[in-house]
Design a protein around this ligand. Structure first.
Ligand code: PEP
Length: 248
């Protein structure tokens, strides 16, 4: 079994042309570990531009898309549009989409199905709130979120990466300990083995996301079931390169 480590950057709604040039410069100045797959999630308006300036070893993702190819959906972008400008990935189900924009499991599943049918790869995010963690229902919440995606993914698991992102750790500076993260990642893999297949469980890459920094990446990366990171704030900084290069 070998799961290639995958580090995603999620710029969220950050960046302008000058800052983008700086970030991309940082990604080209030092060698990036060839054993790590790299994907950066860009605000939709800059996806095409970033795709035109990033090196070949950095893939580009949109941070959201709609569940249909085209039509009367003012303000939305579609999976075929993302593909058309050369991006390969889309991040779906991020907790900010779930919480701020009220996206529920069935809508996220419809988006995942459509993105995969359109030939995009998907980083599908799951994670519990602080209240849910404190109630001891983390695994229940996370597996319910994944269960909703199973029919949408169908036979396309090879084009999906799961990102376990505890909501209480996102943008808060509070990282899950390696033990906490490993426990949930192992539980996800075990659930997949029982409810999907042992093959999917063994091969799916599960990223951890939530205040990952260069200071905590190595210890988290050493956990058996952590196969990468989804990095928010630190993906805007030169530190992102250190995170990529400290994984193996
Ligand atoms: C994220 O936005 O997916 C994220 C994990 O953010 P941060 O790294 O800033 O916590």
């Amino acid at each position: 079994m070998s799961r290639k480590f995958i580090v995603g950057g999620n710029w969220k709604m950050n960046g302008d042309t000058d800052q983008i040039v700086e970030i991309v410069k940082n990604l080209t100045q030092l060698p990036l570990d060839p054993n790590v797959e790299i994907v950066i999630g860009i605000p939709s308006i800059y996806v095409a531009y970033v795709k035109s300036i990033v090196p070949n070893n950095v893939a580009v993702a949109a941070q959201n898309c709609w569940k249909a190819a085209k039509g009367a959906f003012t303000g939305e972008i579609s999976a075929p549009m993302i593909k058309d400008v050369g991006a390969e990935w889309v991040i779906l189900g991020h907790s900010e989409r779930r919480i701020i924009f009220n996206e529920e499991d069935d809508l996220i599943a419809a988006k995942v199905a459509h993105a995969l049918e359109s030939g995009l790869k998907v980083i599908a995010c799951v994670g519990e709130t602080l209240e849910q963690k404190d109630s001891g229902i983390t695994e229940e919440v996370v597996t319910k979120q994944i269960k909703a995606l199973v029919p949408a993914i169908g036979n396309n698991w090879q084009n999906v990466v799961l990102a376990y992102e505890p909501v209480w750790a996102i943008g808060t500076g509070k990282t899950a300990t390696p033990q906490q993260a490993q426990e949930v990642h192992a539980a996800i893999r075990s659930w997949l083995s029982t409810n999907v297949s042992s093959d999917v469980a063994e091969n799916i890459r599960i990223q951890y996301g939530g205040s990952v920094t260069a200071a905590n990446a190595t210890e988290l990366a050493a956990c058996a079931d952590i196969d990468g990171f989804l990095v928010g704030g630190a993906s805007l900084k030169p530190e992102f390169v250190d995170i990529i290069n400290s994984c193996n």
